[in-house]
Design a binder for this molecule. Structure first.
Ligand SMILES: [Zn+2]
Length: 414
């Protein structure tokens, strides 16, 4: 049995933090959490994290592993277009490992070209390479000329959309991603309008559920959000409530329906939002207008949170300016921008996304019987959320996979 000792433990259930504890791990699972003073160091294998704070491993519910996070959308698309399949797979593997360094032990890949990410997922599961647990959608379903059409799966009519969903199931995806509106990364796709009718989205959700898979909907525009909510899409990503001229048109009735139906809402805070953080270099007066726009965007998430949204905080890593190793910064944006408490933020990055993905029985909290997926950080995130940037160690399935900021391949640290 392995004993992991830490100064503080936040189990992710909402219970108060525990001091000086040891987590007993057997066969990759948590057996018990006990006072550190009661363990006998002679008979047990001990990993001592000193005064660090132990939390459930992070779950980043929206990333794009095959993307190279360049400075602008054009460069991201250009790299994608230039990469062959082998390069895409290697890039995805590297990005998955960078996420692991940030404490992300599970991630949901919301779209890439072909089935590259599924192969990376399998390689990690088979132990060929080190990485986080991956849930992958393969290419998103979108319209001709629609958002992310260049990832290769376009479907226009209701029947084509159903067929596309079934093709994905056959290929072994973990969930289905559909682009319910256009998106900023795809020129000409119109992020301010819906791409599919409520009827088409409903048909897709019903069929996906019949086959045991969830539907995750990209929805920037207010009407796309309405249609996705009506269809019962399991998770609505971005949820920016954009009206036809790009201004925010928040719709309380639809938001209430989203909460009522228990649909999850993806609070994606990619790199551009980080200009809002107090530590950002971009907070100079010349950027005032831009910061104001970002504040308006974040304000809508604040409203959704007070309406009771089941928020999932994610990075959208891979898109412009969004590195995989910076997940904690998305959490900081949620805290400072949405007025969320540290516990709400941590829940939105651990227990809730685990539940949203149907993995709540296995991961997301530190409790007896769950997988020993943990992250140790320097400092107390309840005092200072930036502690989450200071990852000291990461444990996945009871194995130390990151130690002092480095991946551990091979022998475990003594
Ligand atoms: Zn995305």
């Amino acid at each position: 049995m392995l004993m992991i000792k830490a100064g503080l433990l936040i189990d992710g259930t909402g219970a108060p933090p525990l001091q000086n504890v040891a987590v007993a791990v057997e066969d990759g699972r948590i057996e018990s959490i006990i006072p550190a003073a009661t363990i006998s160091e002679v008979e047990r294998e001990v990993v001592d994290l000193g005064g660090a704070t132990l939390l459930p491993g992070f779950v980043d519910s929206h990333v794009h592993l095959t993307f190279e996070p360049s400075a602008d959308h054009e460069a991201v698309r250009a790299t994608l277009a230039a990469d062959d399949r082998e390069t895409l797979a290697l890039r995805a593997a590297r990005n998955a490992q960078l996420a692991l360094l940030a404490g992300v032990t599970t991630l949901r890949d919301c779209g890439g070209p072909g089935f590259v990410t599924l192969r990376v997922r399998d390689a990690i599961n088979e132990g060929i390479i080190l990485g986080p647990r991956i849930l992958a959608s393969g290419p998103p379903i979108t319209t001709t000329a629609g958002h992310l059409h260049f990832l290769g799966l376009t479907a226009d009519s209701r029947d084509e959309v159903l067929k596309a969903g079934r093709v994905l199931v056959e290929a072994g995806v973990d969930f289905i991603k559909v682009c319910a509106s256009g998106g900023n990364m795809t020129p000409g796709s119109n992020a301010y309008a819906a791409q599919y009718s409520a009827e088409t989205l409903t048909a897709l959700v019903v069929d996906a559920h019949r086959l045991g898979l969830q539907v995750v909907a990209h929805a920037q525009s207010a009407d796309a959000i309405r249609y996705a909510a009506q269809a019962g899409a399991d998770s609505i990503e971005h949820c920016a409530w954009l009206g036809e001229n790009g201004s925010v048109e928040y719709d309380e009735t639809t938001m209430d329906a989203i909460v009522e139906k228990g649909l999850y809402v993806g609070f994606t805070f990619p790199g551009i939002f980080r200009a809002l953080l107090p530590t950002s270099k971009e907070r100079d007066p010349s950027q005032a207008r831009r910061l104001e726009e970002l504040q308006e965007k974040v304000a809508v998430y604040r409203r959704m949170l007070s309406a009771g949204a089941l928020a999932l905080v994610s990075s959208d890593a891979g898109v412009r300016l969004t590195r995989f190793e910076d997940f904690a910064q998305s959490l900081e944006v949620m805290l400072s921008g949405c007025g969320a408490t540290p516990l709400e933020v941590i829940t939105a990055a651990t227990r809730r996304p685990a539940q949203a993905m149907g993995l709540g029985h296995k991961i997301g909290t530190l409790e007896a019987g769950k997988m020993a997926d943990m992250v140790a950080v320097d400092g107390d995130p309840f005092d200072d959320i930036r502690a989450l940037r200071r990852v000291r160690a990461v444990i996945r399935g009871g194995r130390v996979v990151v130690w002092q900021g480095r991946l551990v391949v091979g022998r475990q640290p003594a």
